[in-house]
Design a protein around this ligand. Structure first.
Ligand code: DP6
Length: 350
């Protein structure tokens, strides 16, 4: 017999960035962060997990290629999940898997991303959130406290904890040493601000040179600005961002999103040696948006960049997103420039 479960989890984009860990093993951050979960039709991971007595080892395939499950992050997630597994009965065949069987039965995992891996579009976030969620379904796990699954996904990749929820999500850094209170909390559902449109301008789908994990470690060790940011700046911004989201205040939402992205990249520049995630095209996108926002006197759209050169742009409506797209096409004509390879907007892709 084989039991299987398939799940899908979208990626999320931080509007207040997580950057820096206080515990690398448990993946505990030095500041709270806030994100928007994207529409799963565009940027998501789909994962099938299967269990069978005929499997002789745990194995995983990512986009059709076998990958090792030997890394600490996978092992931590699998151990945490297995220890919470419950008795499961297959209704059709009457097969019973007892909770202690989860410790010895092997798993096969097949995961697919519908977007470039490691291009700074947070593919690990969707991947680990999806893995943990699918395994929890397979093993019929119920959360003992709100956010328990997010605390497991966090041990795969920090930002993954936020992808367990849709809409607007806050990751509380927590205080406990065991990380039990370092969990994601939904601030508002996706229906709360339905008009908001997110557009991703894909500048490069190449693998980034410095992974977030390495970049973060180097920033913690060498950047003074990082500590100022975590202690003095982010706590105030978290409060302001929560207010902006609650009040549908797009101008404040956009202003905080842009300055926070810029400060995160300033921290990377402040590391020694400096880390560059954005490129000239990213800078031109920032210029284009800043000029437009200044011309109108109030923010029309926001931009944010993760650990890569791709821009994630938020607009308050499809109409404004359309105007933005026109501008981007004017600045970066598709036929004469290969700088921007594609745009993904709502349900349209160019
Ligand atoms: C810039 O979650 O990928 O996207 O916890 O080491 O796996 P690890 O890092 P990761 O870092 C994401 C950093 C970011 C900001 C954010 O998503 O908050």
């Amino acid at each position: 017999w084989v039991f299987m479960v398939t799940a899908r989890a979208p990626t999320n984009i931080a509007v207040i960035k997580y950057w820096g860990k206080r515990d690398e093993k448990l993946i505990l951050p030095i500041n709270d962060s806030i994100s928007v979960t994207l529409d799963p039709d565009h940027l998501s991971a789909t994962t099938t997990v299967a269990v069978s007595p005929s499997f002789s080892s745990d194995r995983m395939w990512l986009n059709g290629k076998e990958v090792s499950l030997g890394g600490e992050r996978y092992q931590n997630c699998l151990r945490e999940i297995r220890s919470r597994g419950r008795d499961v009965v297959d209704e059709k065949s009457g097969t019973l898997i007892k909770k202690e069987d989860w410790q010895t039965l092997h798993l096969h995992i097949a995961s697919h991303n519908n977007f470039p891996t490691a291009a700074g579009l947070a593919s690990s976030a969707a991947g680990f959130a999806c893995l943990v969620y699918a395994l929890a379904k397979l093993m019929d796990i119920e959360e003992r406290y709100a956010g328990e699954l997010s605390a497991i996904a966090r041990q795969g990749s920090g930002s993954a904890c936020r992808s367990l929820y849709g809409g607007f999500v806050k990751w509380d850094m927590g205080k406990e040493r065991d990380g039990s209170d370092s969990i994601a909390v939904q601030l508002a559902t996706e229906e709360h601000w339905e008009e908001l449109v997110i557009l991703v301008a894909v500048v490069s789908s190449r693998q980034k040179e410095t992974s977030s994990t390495t970049g973060m470690r180097e920033s913690v060790e060498t950047s003074e600005l990082l500590h100022h940011r975590a202690q003095e700046v982010v706590p105030k911004r978290i409060v302001q961002m929560q207010e902006a989201i609650a009040n549908h205040d797009f101008a404040s939402f956009a202003r905080i999103t842009c300055v926070d992205s810029n400060q995160f990249h300033a921290v990377c520049l402040d590391a020694s040696p400096p880390i560059f995630y954005m490129n000239d095209t990213s800078h031109r996108i920032i210029n284009c948006i800043e000029k437009w926002n200044r011309f109108e006197g109030t923010p029309q759209v926001s931009y944010t960049f993760d650990a890569g050169p791709n821009a994630v742009i938020c607009a308050p409506s499809r109409k404004v997103a359309g105007l933005l797209l026109q501008r981007l096409l004017y600045y970066f004509p598709p036929d004469s420039s290969k700088e921007l390879s594609s745009y993904v907007i709502g349900d349209t892709s160019i």
